[in-house]
Write a new protein. Sequence first.
Length: 195
Amino acid sequence: MYRKFGKRTFDIFLAVTGLIILFPLFIFLTVLLWFHFSGRPFFLQARPGKNEKVFRLIKFRSMREASPRKLHITFIGHLLRKSSLDELPQLWNVLRGDMSLVGPRPLLTEYLTLYNTEQRKRHSVSPGITGLAQVNGRNAISWEDKFAFDLWYVQNQSFKLDFEILLLTVKRVFQCRGIVSPGEVGFEKFKGSGL
């Protein structure tokens, strides 16, 4: 029952509540980043969602071009990532139905051809702003571990599990675990498991 109806209701309720409470912060960051990134406060990128349907994920921008082929995380961008505030606009993705609050993180579309049969099952549910992999290491764990956490979540999702993951997410944000360092674009790209 929760998977079919309750989860979506839970998502909408918390997303609306979060946007109302955080609206002043949302406006402040939008204006700040508008000036910091020359009128481009948001970063949009195609990501695969449930059943591999592609949608446009929205985040606060944190990087600028250091050269034609290299991106650099700015100081403000690093603070946003460290606090996870760069993820705040994804509450709109949740309201649109592209994402859930909790689920496997939506990865790059270029990875779709690299998944094996088991890994592809992560797309049988809506992707999340946070997930089991994020509260168990985020960028600090291997791709194999991330997929293992994702697949375990797919098989065991429940209201209790989602609530626990949300509470752990708040804790991890304050601990600032698994965040990339200043100047880094991100973690190593997935190149396929070969399985």
